[in-house]
Design a protein. Sequence first.
Lengths: 106, 106
Amino acid sequence: MFFDFPDDFKAVEPFPGWLVHVAAGQHLSFSRITLKPNIELPMHAHPNEQMGIVLEGAIELTIGDETRLVKKGGIYLIPSNVTHGGSTHKEGALVLDAFSPPRDYK
Amino acid sequence: MFFDFPDDFKAVEPFPGWLVHVAAGQHLSFSRITLKPNIELPMHAHPNEQMGIVLEGAIELTIGDETRLVKKGGIYLIPSNVTHGGSTHKEGALVLDAFSPPRDYK
C-alpha cells in the first residue's frame, strides 16, 4: 500500500518543534520527522528498536555515550532501551525513523 | 551506533542493476538500494514486513494488485508475504527499505 503525504499519516508533536508524521504496519512503523532549527530533543529511551536516516539538514545525535553530527544520508541504529537525544543547528532537519515494534506516541 | 557509508554496510546485488547496502539491528534492517535506470525488479515475496521511501529518482512499484509511480519522498508498506516488484525508468532511483525481522539476502 502507498501512503499519500500528509493525508495518510497520523500527525503528532511529542515535543515543541518536533513534528512527527506516522505510518505503520504490523511489525514496523515510519516516523517522518520535521525538526525545526535550534531545538533540543530531550534524552529518552523506549523498548522499540529504532533505525533512522537524515533526509535533509543535520542533527547532532547522542546514542548512549556517543555523539555525532549526522548529515543528509547518514544512518544510525538505536537499540532497544538505549537512551538517546540530540539537537538541531540553524538549518533544522528532516529525518525518517523506523521502529520495530511500531512506535505508539503518547 | 552510527553507520559510515559504505564501510559499515554489507553489499549485495540480488539482481543485476540492484545494488543493496545492508545495515541491521536485532529487529530491523535497512537496505539502501541503488537502482540503475531501466531495470526490472522481479515480482517476489518474503515473510519480512517491509516499509520503504524513495530517496532519489522514482520507481514504478507493484504491491499486490496495485501499481504506482513512487517519486522522491514517497512511502510505501509491503505486508508480510505480499508479492511485489517493479521497474525504474530512465533516471534510476535510490531507495531505503526497512525490514522486520531483518532481511537476510541469499
